[in-house]
Design a protein around this ligand. Structure first.
Ligand code: ZN
Length: 406
């Protein structure tokens, strides 16, 4: 019977595996905790979360050997772990940063007690004290950032209508924009607000933009916020809003399955959010809140001869206000103005000098070049809107008349 003698070897292999739990690297924890001294709220929370995660591995080492265990009674040990777990759950269950902060720090306190045998374990208390000493300065920094970029961020927030409202149709099992339920008007639809509720600027050296769905924020760093404001100035707000729409709806489409422990992008939600953001944008453009000029045209600095004489060349980055043609408008009739040197002005002059005889459209085309009937129609529309005059086109001849026909 030669087989029997081989059996006892197996348990030895398992014993070796248990012994291989590496001692946790305390330098990593020290670095993570240092990140708590920051003006950025999301950075402080990230520091606490990473510290908690560090302890997950540290606990394996503590449990791996009896000499690593703390000087606690077994039931006290278990209780400390339980309390830490509860605190972590509470941190996950809230979107209020201050509540998360407190809960995570309480969890860390318990872990510190349980892991007291780890040599050189860096503690939270001195870090927190150091933070409190600088807290006022850091808060002032943060407040200054928020005021500096408030206008730009508010523009994005109000034009897209944050937080976005979407609905889930229980029958069709799809997400819909609240403003367009399409075929689901009769179905039972459950509405909810997008997970991103607000925008914020923080001093983050690494990431220009980040989604923080756990605290309901989409966060810019200083350079990306600066870029946003500059782009609004040079391109106008609409192109910037469109770019932001894409980023924000992606951030807002994050969803959690395990109460905040991890997040994934829900593409079905993303579609609904995009649609809702576009609907909100259309409403905003129509409202008084929107600026008159939504896009800065690149061609605007190709000014009329008069403007070139008085202003010289205007660089493309110059604020468009200086290139604004409002000063060069001339009042041709009561309540109606025309920009000097434009095609419309030429057409107007042609029509007024021709009087009741009118001007053939072919003639107008010859004088002003390509732009033809469309320009005449535009002129007529504007004049009508201003209650100034009308243009009647008869057998290819345009005649300027008073309103209501003459
Ligand atoms: Zn439905």
């Amino acid at each position: 019977m030669p087989r029997r003698s081989r059996k006892p070897r197996k348990p030895r292999v398992i014993k070796v595996k248990v012994a291989v739990v590496k001692r946790p690297d305390v330098r990593i924890l020290a670095k993570v905790l240092q990140g708590y001294i920051s003006s950025s709220e999301t950075d402080r929370l990230a520091a606490l979360v990473n510290a908690v995660l560090w302890y997950d591995e540290a606990l394996l080492w503590v449990m791996a050997d009896r000499t690593h265990l703390p000087s606690l009674q077994p039931d006290e040990f278990r209780k400390a772990i339980d309390v830490a777990d509860k605190c972590r759950k509470r941190a996950l269950g809230t979107t209020f940063p201050a509540e998360k902060d407190t809960a995570l720090r309480m969890a860390l306190e318990r872990y510190q007690i349980v892991c007291e045998k780890i040599p050189g374990l860096p503690l939270m208390a001195p870090i927190f004290e150091a933070y409190q000493k600088q807290e006022q300065d850091l808060a002032a920094q943060q407040a200054a950032l928020e005021t500096r970029f408030a206008e730009g961020l508010n523009l994005i927030k109000s034009s897209l209508g944050l937080p976005l409202q979407i609905g889930f149709c229980e029958q069709c099992k799809i997400w819909l924009a609240k403003g367009s339920l399409n075929g689901c008007g009769e179905h039972s639809v459950r509405f909810e607000e997008s997970v991103i509720r607000d925008l914020k600027v923080e001093d983050d050296r690494q990431r220009p933009r980040k989604a923080c769905p756990d605290v309901g924020l989409s966060v810019y760093n200083i350079s990306s916020a600066k870029e946003l404001v500059q782009s609004i100035r040079s391109e106008g707000c609409l192109p910037v809003i469109f770019r932001e729409l894409n980023i924000l709806t992606r951030h807002a489409a994050y969803e959690t399955l395990d109460q905040g422990a991890s997040w994934f992008l829900n593409r079905d939600k993303l579609n609904a959010l995009r649609e809702q953001a576009l609907l909100n944008l259309v409403e905003w453009v129509k409202s008084d809140a929107a600026p008159n000029r939504l896009v800065r045209r690149k061609g605007l600095q190709i000014a009329t001869p008069l403007e070139q004489q008085t202003q010289g060349t205007i660089s493309s980055t110059a604020p468009t206000k200086t290139a604004s043609p409002s000063a060069k408008r001339i009042a041709v009739q009561k309540g109606f103005t025309l920009k000097h040197g434009t095609v419309r002005e030429t057409i107007y002059n042609l029509l007024t000098s021709a009087g009741a005889t009118g001007v053939p459209l072919t003639e107008i085309e010859k004088v002003v070049g390509k732009p033809n009937l469309i320009q005449v129609r535009n002129l007529a529309n504007r004049a009508r809107a201003c209650n100034a005059f009308d243009i009647v086109v008869n057998n290819g001849v345009a005649i300027l008349t008073s309103l209501g026909g003459a």
